[in-house]
Design a binder for this molecule. Structure first.
Ligand code: GDP
Ligand code: GDP
Length: 438
């Protein structure tokens, strides 16, 4: 089930960022700083009484040239309507109801999304003379809060969580269908790739399943295998203001990544690799998804027999943490090798779900340890006692040791490489948990 999403909307200066920060607290900082991962604050994960959810940082979206405040508010509200399950409409209790608030309310009312009105800056409970005005917006009771002083936030969160859909309708697909998310920065050719895949002679597009109004997935069959392309509508541009922002496209990709088995990272072969490519793939990696890298627009790259090899070498040096991901050179325009993307997706999905017997894992790990024993640290030596695979998607191993503090990052890396050498795991991240054996 997809994680519910909440968005805060409201005119400038009502306290949206203050509320966002209050709810999210310190949580964002925790996940930062892992290799290959750049974190934008597009949305943050949070939790309240056992319910995980996400908050879109609508205030943090940069709407580019659309500088007019009215335009920015509209874009923000549209984004919230399209993407959120619950909307918190934040108003300013010190200034009272304004015509801008009424405009936002009109817009929100037409969306039929659950809306909670929160009257901010109620720093002194009972002294908010304006709070009653906001009842006339027609969204029911308006909750008084103080984002700055942390008052009423618990009640607001209770209300938010109450409005989350109980069972989000997830469409059902063939059980063995491989879910693919085509990801990449704008203009690399994602929608062309989807068109090419669906237009392939040998591809059978069986039907189109709607999840929500915006996320349209497409099922297809190739060489007898079922696949689902996640969020094909989202990839094809629809021309709303907010869709032009880079952060929005990352947000969209994130939600597709969450629902996929395999992420296909599309790179522009003509332009080469830029920083933004790393952002997008960082999320797939963090989510533990299988990965295929498709270098697109290969038709317009001037090349000889070595060009692909050189490109791949360069690409690998940009993505040292993705050495396990297969690379394919394609042209969405001519259709060349696009079906290979599906074949590779099947292969990496299999690797992603691979389960190795404990006895075999132990044999390999013990062999690895005797080949290169763990280094000593101040006279103490790490002992690797036992290893087992605890889960799949991605393959996750627990390695039990005498003293976890003695385990170095480089030794974990070494064990990972040994597991890869023995079992492949092509196209999938693997995780190693170091645990104390008591
Ligand atoms: P945004 O533009 O809606 O994101 O608003 P900000 O979060 O940037 O806040 C605008 C101003 O309102 C800032 O000066 C905040 O310090 C102030 N503010 C936010 N929440 C409260 C509150 O609960 N009480 C008071 N008195 N001021 C607040
Ligand atoms: P998206 O923003 O990632 O969905 O990218 P689009 O699919 O809209 O493609 C961006 C531009 O690149 C369009 O002008 C496409 O025609 C062009 N394009 C996409 N794939 C290829 C390709 O394989 N070869 C060439 N020459 N152009 C391509």
């Amino acid at each position: 089930m997809a994680t519910p999403v909440m968005a805060i909307v409201g005119r400038p200066n009502v306290g949206k960022s203050t509320l966002f920060n209050k709810i999210v607290g310190e949580r964002i900082a925790i996940v930062e700083d892992r290799p290959g991962i750049t974190r934008d604050r597009i949305f943050a994960a949070s939790e309240w009484s056992g319910n995980s959810f996400r908050i879109i940082d609508t205030g943090g979206l940069d709407f580019g040239e659309d500088d007019e405040i009215a335009g920015r508010i509209r874009a923000q509200v549209e984004l919230a309507i399209d993407e959120a399950n619950v909307i918190v409409f934040l108003v300013d209790g010190l200034t009272g109801l304004t015509s801008a608030d009424e405009e936002i309310a009109d817009h929100l009312r037409r969306s039929h999304k659950p809306v909670i009105v929160a009257v901010n800056k109620a720093d002194h409970p009972g002294r908010l003379s304006h709070a009653y005005e906001f009842y006339q917006l027609g969204f029911g009771e308006a909750l008084s809060i103080s984002a700055e002083h942390g008052l009423g936030i618990g009640d607001l969160l209770d209300e938010i969580v109450n409005h989350f859909p109980r069972d989000q309708e997830e469409p059902t697909y063939a059980e063995d269908a491989i879910r693919i998310a085509i990801i990449g920065r704008p203009n690399v050719g994602k929608s062309s790739m989807i068109n090419a895949l669906l237009g392939e002679d040998r591809v059978l597009v069986s039907n189109i399943a709607g999840t929500t109004r915006d996320a349209i997935d497409t099922e297809l069959t190739y060489a007898g295998n079922p696949y689902v392309l996640i969020d094909t509508a989202g990839v094809r541009k629809r021309g709303k203001v907010y869709e032009k922002t880079e952060k929005y496209s990352v947000l969209r990709a994130l939600r597709a990544i969450e629902r996929c088995d395999v992420a296909v990272l599309v790179i522009d072969g003509e332009q080469g690799i830029i920083e933004q490519d790393k952002h997008v793939v960082g999320y797939a990696l963090e989510a533990g998804k299988a990965l295929v890298i498709a270098v697109n627009k290969w038709d317009i790259v001037e090349k000889d027999h070595k060009t692909a090899q050189i490109f791949e070498k360069n690409l690998r040096s940009h993505f040292p943490f993705l050495s396990w991901a297969p690379v394919v050179f394609v042209s969405a325009k001519t259709g060349r090798r696009v079906s290979r993307v599906l074949e590779l997706s099947s292969h990496v999905a299999e690797q992603h779900a691979l389960r190795i017997q404990t006895s075999t894992v132990n044999t390999i790990v013990q062999e690895a340890v005797s080949l290169t024993p763990p280094p000593t640290d101040k006279g103490r030596r790490l002992k690797v006692l036992y290893a087992t695979q605890v889960s799949v998607k991605p393959p996750t191993f627990a390695v039990f040791v005498n003293t976890p503090e003695l385990m170095h990052f480089s030794y974990v890396r070494y064990l990972e490489n040994q597991l890869r050498q023995s079992f492949g795991f092509e196209g999938t991240p693997i995780r190693i948990l170091v645990r104390q054996r008591s």
